[in-house]
Design a protein around this ligand. Structure first.
Ligand SMILES: Cc1cc2nc3c(=O)[nH]c(=O)nc-3n(C[C@H](O)[C@H](O)[C@H](O)COP(=O)(O)OP(=O)(O)OC[C@H]3O[C@@H](n4cnc5c(N)ncnc54)[C@H](O)[C@@H]3O)c2cc1C
Length: 409
């Protein structure tokens, strides 16, 4: 008989424990929310794959990705964030209560932050799957020392490929770089390109791609193919570093969270997805730049917005949808809508049996959406905890008053 899953409840569940997930955790934990981070492999995410992070502010001498991630982790723990080293297998995010299934637990949350990041793209060459972790690697930091005085191959020419390739030259005797583009063309930034070209240990094999991986238990040979001449170039190597891009870890959200054709999650500037209470941050998001600094910036916003969403939910349940009331949804930047506040106070005095709420939608549209209001201004009339009417174009006040007369409260 299948074992019953344990049910656990949190305010916020963050899926992914990379820089984005850890930062969102710091913000949610510090806001005293009961917060859980789910991480399927290594806390710190992709950042732990890099030896030297030189462009994250606050560390003028650089810092290893591992050390930086460790600082993020300690800070999140300090604010009481809980961690579970397991993967989120499936999610149901559409309801008020968000559900995340792991192998052992059914986890319920008021809000979910998607911080799954991405995984390395593979070449698709023959025998590739046989040698992942047995010579094919995605992490120079992890595997550089084991290649001391050996010849290695890096595949790719983006920032990660070239910068990690340069790092490998500190250990390896030779670093070949397989580049799909014509002579002189690389995808990385100019500074890295010039430094790599000046590095005597690096050799660039333009117009090549991997045709096949060969070996026994471990990788022994990589066969490259010249894309112009079709010539096969066998290389005796026992390590091949793949840096040819990334694929977002978003399979579990397909069909519910809106994403691009390539699977990156779409958000607005507040990190809100198409589902209320579900936010996304970091590399998993559709964005121009994927770095630690951008991941933590996104995550700060996601953490704050999750907190706001939960607080609004409590106001909605406990104060607004409780008895009889009138909610005026307005935009504080609109003069007409602002002026109506005085008329609203008059209504308040004439009909004292209602509770009155003013919701400034310029600051947040969460309550407005919960009430079913599509545009402002609008007055929502609530009777016995239920919305009985949404009066839009309410600046005339008369329609609200006649509706309140009908309520006979
Ligand atoms: C080789 C290399 C060098 C880099 N160098 C730099 C640099 O110098 N400077 C810089 O700023 N950035 C650098 N980056 C980029 C930086 O590492 C990323 O931008 C950053 O890690 C993104 O953080 P993230 O939290 O969004 O995603 P990630 O770091 O990818 O973290 C996502 C986490 O989510 C977990 N996860 C995914 N799916 C699930 C699931 N279903 N359940 C549970 N957990 C899940 C993953 O295991 C992972 O740990 C480098 C990246 C690489 C690969």
């Amino acid at each position: 008989m299948a074992r019953e899953k344990k049910v656990e409840k949190y305010d916020v569940v963050i899926i992914g424990g990379g820089p984005a997930g850890l930062t969102a955790g710091i913000y949610a934990g510090r806001a005293r929310l009961n917060t859980l981070v789910l991480e399927q492999s290594l806390v710190g995410g992709l950042a732990t794959n890099t030896a030297d992070i030189e462009n994250y502010p606050g560390f003028p001498d650089g810092i290893s990705g591992h050390d930086l991630a460790d600082l993020f982790y300690k800070q999140a723990k300090k604010f009481g964030v809980n961690f579970k080293l397991t993967n989120a297998k499936s999610v149901d995010l559409t309801g008020e209560t968000k559900v995340i299934e792991t192998f052992r637990s059914r986890i319920e949350a008021k809000s979910v932050i998607i911080a799954n990041g991405s995984k390395p793209r593979l070449t698709g060459a023959e025998n590739e799957n046989d040698y992942i972790g047995k010579g094919i690697t995605f992490c120079a930091t992890c595997d550089a020392a084991a290649n001391t005085d050996k010849e290695v191959l890096v595949v790719g020419s983006g920032d990660a490929a070239i910068e990690e390739g340069m790092f490998l030259t500190k250990f390896a005797s030779k670093v070949y770089v397989s580049i799909i583009h014509d002579e002189g063309i690389m995808d990385c930034n100019e500074v890295s390109k010039n430094a790599a070209l000046a590095n005597p240990k690096m050799e660039f094999l333009h117009n090549t791609m991997v045709e096949r991986f060969e070996g026994g238990e471990e990788l022994e040979k990589v066969i490259l193919k010249n894309t112009k001449t079709n010539e096969l170039i066998p290389m005796d190597l026992d390590s091949c570093f793949l840096f040819i891009g990334y694929i977002p870890n978003t399979d579990i959200y397909k069909g519910s969270v809106k994403m691009t054709d390539r699977g990156y999650v779409l958000t607005n500037a507040n990190m809100e997805t198409n589902i209320p209470g579900v936010f996304a941050c970091g590399d998993v998001r559709e964005t121009m730049l994927r770095q630690v600094a951008t991941a933590v910036g996104d995550a700060a916003m996601a953490g704050v917005m999750a907190e706001k969403y939960i607080a609004e939910g409590e106001i909605f349940e406990d104060q607004i949808m409780n008895g009889n009331g009138v909610v005026y949804c307005y935009d504080v930047t609109n003069e007409l809508q602002r002026d109506f506040l005085t008329k609203f106070t008059d209504i308040e005095n004439r009909y004292p049996n209602f509770k009155y709420h003013k919701v400034d939608t310029f600051k947040s549209q969460g309550l407005m959406h919960r009430l079913g209001v599509k545009s402002c201004p609008a007055a929502v009339i609530i009777q016995n905890g239920e919305v009985v009417e949404i009066v839009d174009e309410c600046c005339g006040a008369g329609k609200i008053e006649s509706r309140l007369d009908e309520c006979k409260c």
